[in-house]
Write a protein that binds this ligand. Sequence first.
Ligand code: 9YT
Length: 137
Amino acid sequence: MIVKKLSDVIGTDREVSTPHWTSRRLLLRDEGMGFSLHDTLIRAGTSTEMEYRHHLEAVYCIEGTGHVKDLATGEVHPLVPGTVYALDRHDRHVLTAVTELRMVCVFTPPVVGTEVHDETGAYPSTTGPETRPEGRG
Ligand code: 9YT
């Protein structure tokens, strides 16, 4: 059994920050669960366009308010604590934090650890030939 706390991750290389968010990566590929689990803070006032073409992601809002826009349909979904969205079609979307959002994020396949967004808003594939986690965040 793996047991750890958020405080075990903060201040380590499992805490990954960009100008828009800080992702505390509790479970990664190396833990062997088949998914990764992140406790992520999205900074108030930011909007981030993303498209995880190599991953599926579920995002559960536990603190804060904001909205997520589905760029395929134009629909805007409000986010309040207790709301989950799941990018089951690798959906291109814009996440906006009105106040700081705290989100529990699950990725499959799991992220390796240091990924930030590339210029398309994706994390690199860890199952194909393109395996180096790098990008602009
Ligand atoms: C909700 C979201 O996608 N935020 C960007 C950061 C990412 N989910 C992560 O690695 O925690």
